[in-house]
Design a protein around this ligand. Structure first.
Ligand code: F6P
Ligand code: MN
Length: 301
């Protein structure tokens, strides 16, 4: 079944369905850029985003594709992206949606042709909103298949691009299974004691390490196989690395909707009111039992 028919069948609000389909189509334009854009820009022309990360030519291209298309179509009022310093307001927007996005997550893997993706949350209005209030969250994964996984609060569903360029249903009502994969970011030497104890516990229980360097791909694997991904707060950087708005909340909303959980190690991330668009956070995302365990260890100190 096509994504457009599925959204209709689910009774998705018309403007929201239109926006999801529109974003899906833009991801195919992003994908075309993979054929021509280099992993790194030429020396002397390299730029950094507000987080101090080097922007790849494809990061900037993907950001431009989504922003330009949204400006033209006027399907949302606000856009905040990982590559922009400020919230963009679209004059004459046809509705009030606010979009938060990481246009190209995992972009340090472009030059080695590993899996990367686009992460998006759709707020009812203002982008400085809690993840629990998103009307929809989705991600597009550019892997051997291009897939789009989304939730509007009625289950988590995965679509793939077929030969004719249409998104067609691949998995309906995904639920995160019990599984023993752990994907731990950051350096072991910088872990705080509660985090180190938690990792030790997972390892003793037979969890196998799998970490690719692409948050969206690693969490996608956890959604399908179970387990947990973490990029923790560390010594000297206790606020963590990943972005609350652009990365943690949209992926967290999808995982929570699939029966899992997302936390900063202390509380549910989806209930946190963001203070700024560039807020970063420690992230624990995956099965409920792994998240409950880190929260217990954090409470114990
Ligand atoms: O967007 C940030 C990101 O690239 C994530 O996709 C990924 O999980 C993480 O950073 C990798 O960080 P590091 O290079 O420190 O392992
Ligand atoms: Mn990212």
């Amino acid at each position: 079944m096509r994504l457009s028919d599925f959204l209709k069948k689910q009774g998705t609000e018309k403007n929201l369905a239109e926006l999801i389909l529109f974003l899906g189509r833009q991801s195919l334009v992003v994908k075309k850029g993979f054929l021509t854009m280099p992993g790194k820009g030429p020396e002397g022309e390299r730029t950094r985003n507000v987080f101090g990360e080097e922007q790849m030519p494809l990061d900037k291209y993907a950001d431009g594709v989504f922003i330009d298309a949204l400006r033209q179509a006027r399907l949302a009022r606000y856009i905040a992206t990982e590559e922009q310093e400020q919230i963009i307001e679209i004059p004459g927007a046809k509705n009030d949606f606010g979009i938060v996005m990481d246009p190209l997550d995992g972009s340090s893997l472009i030059d080695v042709n590993l899996c990367i993706g686009t992460i998006i949350g759709i707020c009812p209005g203002n982008v400085l909103d809690k993840g629990s209030r998103f009307l929809a969250a989705l991600y597009i994964l550019y892997g051997p298949l291009t897939t789009l996984t989304y939730t509007t609060g009625k289950g988590v569903h995965e679509f793939m691009v077929d030969e004719s360029g249409e998104f067609v249903l691949r998995h309906q009502d995904l639920r995160i299974p019990d599984g023993k994969i752990y994907a731990p970011g950051a350096l072991r030497k910088d872990w705080i004691p509660a985090h180190a104890r938690w990792i030790e516990d997972l390892e003793k229980s037979g969890y196998k390490l799998r970490f690719s360097g692409s948050f969206v791909a690693d969490v996608h694997q956890i959604l399908h196989k179970g387990g947990v991904f973490t990029y923790p707060g560390i010594k000297g950087k206790d606020a963590g690395k990943l972005r609350l708005l652009y990365e943690a909340n949209p992926m967290g909303r999808i995982i929570a909707e699939a029966g899992g959980a997302v936390s900063n190690g202390k509380e549910d991330l989806l209930n946190i009111q963001p203070a700024s668009i560039s807020q970063v956070t420690p992230v624990y995302i995956g099965g409920k039992k792994e998240i409950a365990l880190i929260e217990k260890f954090m409470r114990e100190g």
